[in-house]
Write a protein that binds this ligand. Structure first.
Ligand code: UD1
Ligand code: CA
Length: 464
């Protein structure tokens, strides 16, 4: 059986019910984010990509509602009533199943750096031995003072999968060895019936918890086949127990994500100041200039120039756009658009093909029609601006009367003179013109010309 195939009669258990007290946070640890992705989503994706179709998340009574709101019915849930240790958590996970599967994979919720490749290799190693009881994914040479250290039955043999005599937890080590060791990543494969039989027999440790890792020594003593698979690289073993580790993990993820996009044909000028979230996608030949953040569910097309100093969140930017020193939130930008420097798209803005938004243009909940230009300091809120409109410098949609928000509509091909105030609700017809400094309080007919404060109709046709 290959690990890339769906694993039949297998279950993945993700342990997410710990206190996470070292985070010093009101937010449950599994919901903290690294590279814009909640920590709990990393092991869910890992197990899914290893072909595990049934996943049980062991949550605490406190964090279960939030985790369930995030993951929905992608996974099943078990509740661990009190955080009595990783073995107790696994027992709770098994208790949520109707029957004991042949294969059980276990991961923690706080190790987002574990790679699919290493885990698949370890899974292949596990399933290749019918008598195997427990396979531990380890990183052979990692400085992990807070991690479980592997003791090999044959201490000389650490570069291949081999028998383990014990996993020694940090709390139980007489002294910190102060040097790298073979460490437990917290990802395991178990023979399901063996796990179910033994997990309830684990003695309570000095800390008052039952350790899942005690199974290594128990199995070894009973002559069972328990093996360390040293297939993880050193950068996979780091867990997130505190904020320093959260930051360190995020740095590794940023580096991996940036490398991935560079290999996909994206130019990143300065990787150290480019922050791309895990769920973002970027098209070929796009250039990311320094000091740029692409976050949340953002999609960037091909051949764009993004940054320097741009922040784009939960937005779609199509091909060949230029976004310089600007912020875009929850908006859609079509092809061949140029924005910035210093402009801001607030949520629900749709910028159509070929639009130019120059300096200090703020757009909110508006459609800007194709080839329209707003070059200099504008506010366009709750507006529908047609195609080919010239929006003069200093144009403002006065959308708020102190009580409610109102809509502004500008027809195709209109010319909005500099410093026009459009007092919403108001409509400026197609091809109409407003003079500089107009305060438009009434609708302007198509092709009409208005000017003044309040703006008066000068002619109903703008052809002289
Ligand atoms: C654990 C391992 C350690 C390994 C490290 C890898 C044990 C005893 N130790 O240590 O060998 O090197 O992970 O990162 O397993 N959890 C529960 N219920 C509990 C306690 C914990 O669900 O009662 C969950 C936590 O939410 C967490 C995971 O289990 O996701 C690991 O627990 P944690 O306390 O972080 O263990 P470590 O000390 O990091
Ligand atoms: Ca941990």
């Amino acid at each position: 059986m290959s690990a890339t195939q769906p694993q039949t009669d297998s279950v993945g258990i993700i342990l997410a019910a710990g206190h996470g007290s070292r985070m010093r946070s009101r937010i449950a640890k599994p919901l903290h984010t690294a590279a814009g992705k909640e920590l709990i989503r990393y092991p869910v994706d890992l197990l899914t990509e290893c072909g595990i179709q049934t996943i049980v998340v062991v949550a605490s009574p406190d964090n279960h509602p939030e985790i369930a709101a995030l993951l929905g019915d992608r996974v099943h849930y078990a509740i661990q009533p009190a955080a009595k240790g990783t073995a107790d958590a696994v027992a709770c996970g098994l208790g949520a199943l109707r029957s004991v599967p042949e294969l059980v994979m276990v991961t923690a919720a706080d190790t987002p750096l574990v790679r699919v490749k290493s885990t698949r290799r370890m899974l292949d190693e596990h399933v290749s031995r019918p008598d195997r009881r427990m396979t531990i994914l380890t990183a052979p040479d990692f400085f992990g003072p807070d991690l479980g250290h592997i003791e090999r039955a044959d201490p000389g043999d650490t570069d291949a999968a081999g028998p383990v005599s014990a996993i020694v937890e940090a709390a139980d080590r007489e002294s910190d060895p102060g040097r790298p060791a073979e460490v437990n990543t917290g990802v395991y494969c178990f023979n399901g019936p063996w796990l179910a039989e033994n997990v309830g027999r684990i003695p309570v440790s000095a800390s008052g918890e039952t350790y899942l890792t005690s199974l290594a020594e128990m199995g070894n003593k009973a002559g069972d086949d328990v093996v360390a698979a040293p297939f993880a690289w050193a950068d996979e073993a780091m867990g997130v127990n505190d904020r320093q580790q959260l930051s360190a993990v995020a740095t590794v993820l940023q580096d991996r994500i940036n490398s991935h996009w560079m290999l996909e044909g994206v130019t990143i000028i300065d990787s150290a100041t480019t922050y791309i979230d895990a769920d973002v996608t970027i098209g070929m030949d796009t250039v990311i200039q320094p000091n740029t953040m692409l976050s949340g569910q953002t999609v960037i097309g091909e051949g764009c120039e993004i940054g320097p100093n741009s922040v784009i969140r939960d937005s779609t930017v199509a091909d060949r756009c230029s976004i310089v020193a600007s912020t875009i939130e929850e908006s859609t930008v079509h092809t061949d658009v140029s924005i910035g420097p210093y402009s801001h798209l607030r949520p629900e803005s749709v910028i159509e093909r070929g639009v130019h938004l120059g300096n200090y243009v703020e757009v909110k909940n508006s459609r800007i029609g194709s080839s329209t230009a707003a070059g200099h300091f504008c506010y366009l809120g709750d507006a529908d601006i047609g195609a080919g409109v010239n929006v003069g410098a200093g144009t403002i949609t006065c959308n708020y009367d102190g009580v409610a928000k109102h809509q502004t509509t500008v027809g195709e091909g209109a010319f909005i003179g500099s410093d026009t105030m459009l007092i919403a609700p108001v409509t400026v017809g197609e091809g109409a013109l407003t003079g500089a400094g107009s305060v438009v309080t009434r609708d302007v007919p198509p092709a009409g010309r208005v000017a003044g404060v309040p703006a008066r109709l000068l002619s109903s046709s703008n052809e002289e």
